[in-house]
Write a protein that binds this ligand. Structure first.
Ligand code: ACO
Length: 402
């Protein structure tokens, strides 16, 4: 029997809730999820409306500042984004120190953390104007760092954003334009990437956002807190799942594994295989983001007049899993990552950048949650308890008696 008498804190009995499945860590006014009904809203606005009609930056402003911007606010924020896109000259030296084949997530988290060492005015957020500048700077520099990592990998000069392009289009320009030849994405490509970013912009207390809030609760600045979020996102059970889904689909395709056999492996816990892009802690009937992305994947490929055998495999795997008792009983459905990789692949984004794209998309949510913590005068430092299961009182022994 485990002695839990030490868990009687001054506020009452401490609960142990594995994975925090039923524990609220905060109250928040940012994002609403109803997991039973598959509802997701940012500041009350349904995700389907935002995905179809809103730009990523407008959605970011909605999340961060609480309201959809009017035309003047929109223009002012866009100007801040343009002004802060470039990396500080000395920060470029820091960037150039990374090996060209460094993992883009490692570069992104380190570089975001480093912003505070170079752009000092941006971290002193003493008023609303300073916060707007810092938020825009972070959104803009995250995009610059991500695209520059790719450029460094392929040996091309960094491309900076064009003021006439929207955020998603600009990212494609910064990835694929080369000197004297601008890359012109089709409207369908720009729309698909914009939609991807909007759908990833926030998702309440997921692993990375809770990390941002945890770090922020200790009083850490915006850049450090968001850098911690990027790191937390990396794992394959969280943001790394979009890469893992594509690995899975490619593996099925390249090795000729029948989809049914893969499903059987995923059902066998001893195989160590999971059906990546399936299952969600909160959504128990469907993930509304996956529905939108599935349709978007088909639309994008059709507009580009290309076929992708991985899309057919994904659909077959989904159909087989949805008809299978194992997945039905556990209420496992495609999540946001199941179809998103097909879209990114069609856009020419390399697989090891998929999770970076997720990070760019999630940055508005991290900023909004950092601000909610920062602005809360009653915020306490987050400090969970534990159930100690180690040694009882144990005597220290001198080395020669051990
Ligand atoms: N494939 C096979 N079995 C699964 C899967 C899966 N993808 N997901 C869950 N299960 C099974 C578990 O083995 C477990 O079975 P058991 O009851 O027999 O022990 C049961 O379903 C419950 O699973 P948990 O891991 O306890 O569920 P949890 O809520 O902790 O995890 C998670 C959710 C991490 C998303 C999980 O479903 C998973 O690993 N999915 C694959 C990875 C993935 O797609 N992650 C992205 C999530 S969305 C996001 O972060 C963007």
């Amino acid at each position: 029997a485990i002695d839990i008498s030490h868990l009687r804190a001054e506020t009452g009995l401490v609960t142990l809730d594995d994975g925090y499945a039923n524990t609220g860590s905060c109250s928040s006014a940012i994002t609403f999820i109803d997991g039973e009904q598959g509802i997701l809203r940012y500041r009350g606005v349904p995700i389907e409306d935002l995905a179809a009609r809103s730009s990523f930056i407008e959605t970011a402003e909605l999340l961060i500042f609480g309201e959809l911007p009017d035309a003047a606010e929109r223009d002012e924020f866009r100007a801040l984004l343009t002004d802060s896109a470039a990396l500080h000259r000395d920060m470029r030296k820091h960037f150039d120190g990374f090996p060209v084949d460094a993992h883009p997530m490692a570069v992104l988290s380190a570089m975001i953390n480093a912003i505070q060492a170079y752009d000092l005015p941006e971290i002193h957020i003493t008023d609303e104007a300073g916060f707007r500048r810092a938020a825009a700077g972070l959104l803009s520099k995250t995009r610059t760092i991500a695209a520059a990592t790719y450029k460094s990998h392929v040996g091309q000069p960094i491309a900076y954003p064009r003021p006439d392009l929207a955020y998603a289009e600009n990212f494609l320009h910064m990835m694929f334009s080369v000197p004297y030849r601008d890359f012109e994405p089709t409207p369908e490509m720009a729309h698909a990437l914009n939609m991807f970013l909007v759908l990833h912009a926030d998702h309440e207390q997921n692993c990375s956002t809770s990390t941002v809030r945890m770090v922020a609760s200790g009083g850490a600045n915006l850049f450090t807190s968001v850098s911690a979020g990027v790191t937390a996102l990396w794992g394959p059970l969280h943001g790394g799942a979009n890469m893992a889904v594509l690995d899975m689909l490619e593996g099925i395709h390249d090795e000729g594994i029948p989809a049914q056999r893969y499903i059987s492996m995923a059902k066998d816990r001893s195989s160590g295989v999971r059906l990546m892009g399936f299952g969600h802690r909160v959504y128990r009937n469907f993930d509304p983001r996956a529905r939108v992305l599935k349709e978007a994947a088909y639309n994008l490929l059709e507009s580009m007049h290309v076929t992708d055998p991985l899309l057919d495999i994904a659909r077959e795997v989904e159909e087989l899993a949805l008809a299978d008792d194992y997945f039905r009983e556990r209420r496992l459905y495609p999540n946001v990552d199941f179809y998103s990789g097909i879209i990114l692949r069609a856009l020419g984004i390399p697989k090891d950048m998929f999770t970076v794209l997720f990070a760019i998309g999630r940055t508005p949510g991290w900023i909004a949650h950092w601000k909610e913590v920062h602005d809360n005068p009653a915020q306490r430092i987050q400090r969970p308890r534990q159930l100690y299961v180690g040694n009882p009182l144990t005597q220290w022994l001198p080395r020669d008696e051990r």
